[in-house]
Design a protein around this ligand. Structure first.
Ligand SMILES: [Zn+2]
Length: 137
């Protein structure tokens, strides 16, 4: 869930990073583009720089707030499991301290939570969006 009224931690012309109102672990932020993109299925290679920025700024906010960037889970919910009709990147840390339920909801590379696979496939210039590269151990 996202409430834009939440106090933001980072903002510029393109993106905003703020706290998730239902944190899945000690740190849980959402990195959101201001440009309207409904969900990951609308991403194209044109969005690569934007995705880069969502990730880097999300990680920076995590680090600035004392989070461990080495114990992190990043990803997007896929339709119909995206709670709002606007793309948002989850940044969760420590990933190892997530509750059982949260671990399930934000489990990497399930068909409802795409853990940046889309980012990597864009980076590789592939149009294949269904590959399941394991990014997390
Ligand atoms: Zn979500």
């Amino acid at each position: 869930m996202v409430t834009p009224q939440e106090k933001y931690f980072f903002q510029d012309d393109e993106i905003i990073v703020f706290k998730d109102i239902k944190p899945a672990s000690k740190h849980h932020y959402l990195s959101v583009p201001k440009q309207h993109i409904s969900n990951v299925t609308y991403l194209t290679s044109d969005h690569k720089e934007l995705l880069d920025k969502l990730i880097q700024c999300g990680k920076k906010v995590l680090a600035d707030n004392g989070g461990d960037t080495n114990n992190i889970r990043l990803g997007f919910h896929k339709p119909p499991f995206n709670s709002i009709d606007h793309l948002h990147l989850h940044i969760i840390s420590p990933a190892s301290e997530m509750s059982f339920l949260s671990g399930l909801i934000f489990r990497p590379n399930t068909w409802w939570f795409q853990a940046l696979v889309i980012y990597w496939t864009l980076e590789m210039g592939s149009s294949e969006r269904t590959s399941s590269i394991e990014l997390f151990s």
